[in-house]
Write a protein that binds this ligand. Sequence first.
Ligand SMILES: Cc1cc2nc3c(=O)[nH]c(=O)nc-3n(C[C@H](O)[C@H](O)[C@H](O)COP(=O)(O)OP(=O)(O)OC[C@H]3O[C@@H](n4cnc5c(N)ncnc54)[C@H](O)[C@@H]3O)c2cc1C
Length: 432
Amino acid sequence: MADVYREEARDLPVMAETDVVVAGGGPGGLGAAIAAARSGAQTILVESQGCLGGQATAALVVTWSSSWRGGLYGEICARLWKDGAIVKPTSGGTDVETVKRLFDELALEAGVSLLFNAWAAMPIVEKGRATGVIVESKSGRQAIRAKRVVDATGDVDLAARAGCPFHKGRDKDGLLQPSSLMFRMGGVDKSQAVEVGSFEDNVELGGGGAQDLARAYSDRGELPEFVRHTLVYFLPATGEVMINMTNIPHVDATKLQDISRAYIELRRQIPAVAAFLRAEMPGFKDAYVVDSGWLLGVRETRRIVGSYILSKDDVMAGRRFEDGIGQALFAVDIHDVAGDRGTSAERPRRHYEIPYRCLVPENIENLLVAGRPISATHEAHASLRVIPICIGIGQAAGTAMAMSLEDHAAPRQVDGAGLKRRLATMGVAFED
Ligand SMILES: Cc1cc2nc3c(=O)[nH]c(=O)nc-3n(C[C@H](O)[C@H](O)[C@H](O)COP(=O)(O)OP(=O)(O)OC[C@H]3O[C@@H](n4cnc5c(N)ncnc54)[C@H](O)[C@@H]3O)c2cc1C
């Protein structure tokens, strides 16, 4: 057995008692907290970074895909569009500072109490029920007691520590999608530059196709081994773009050593990528690196096992469910787990629904999951993991928690069809 240090048991101060505590303030968590608070539940959100948004802000994943119908996501986009802080009405590059402020405002307007730089370290579980969270912060280790807990950590840290079953990666070998570190460049002449929005977009850059050139550079060792594609997105600010090109496979972002190795390697890749773009992309002659994400770009870690597991077949067929929480449409977008063969992106035939049961983990009561690690296969996860869908999942989780409090029933008992009807009254669009 590895060497162990036995920590002494000690009493923790209870910092707060609340109806709902949400751990993690990414798209899933902010959706859950805002929805729960708007429905009248006293809500605390615990976020380890200094802002809301998770990957969408701290990791600089500042380009959003239009993939969800209506609801809170629609509201967020309408406000960003009005402020000129999103490139298209419901998708595209966003202005990250405006987004961070908007998320604060929406949470505060709803009445959410925000705790930043606070780490949800452990769930409190009593008699099989989640009854709060232990928080680590500058103030030390404290407890928050709560009637309901939402795990929106992106990695289901709390559900996993509570003993809920989960899967990780592909069925056959557990390999996960690669990680990336987003970075922004400024000084770009957008009248000459072109957006390259997908691995399939081999747009001509003058010296060759965007994807062909990246592969050739990588083969010659002028781009890193696993950087074999070009992805460039325009942002609202003049001369600014976001680059999604750094790439590292074989990283399990639930492991400290892997996370640390990934930051170092991905930061090291940035100068070569910037040099490639300056050399090959029109309008990039004077372009410079503005900044990179201060949170690692993680596509996939754990996925909980709920009472329903969403499958690729559900996604591709555009399946509808009695307890569907909204309608999603995004490709099954799997970046090669070995890091060198690009991506496979299969597009569903029509919008599909996510059943509420995918948010309800096994083996615990009073805990729901919001965001990318809901109950789904590796393939279905590759579609539902995008920002708009995670906000929609969050809105459903928060609303379900409020309903369960109103009904004095466990979240597992919430009537899924009733939840669907209630979400529809909140602008979540169920069409065709
Ligand atoms: C490289 C890359 C490119 C992408 N491109 C796009 C794209 O073009 N369009 C799109 O729509 N989506 C894109 N995505 C997907 C999307 O960004 C994420 O899947 C989505 O943000 C997941 O939301 P989430 O809330 O589940 O998790 P996250 O965004 O990861 O949020 C989790 C939050 O929880 C916090 N947290 C974690 N653990 C704890 C803890 N123990 N205690 C307290 N807080 C904690 C984190 O700091 C974070 O704020 C991309 C992702 C990556 C990595």
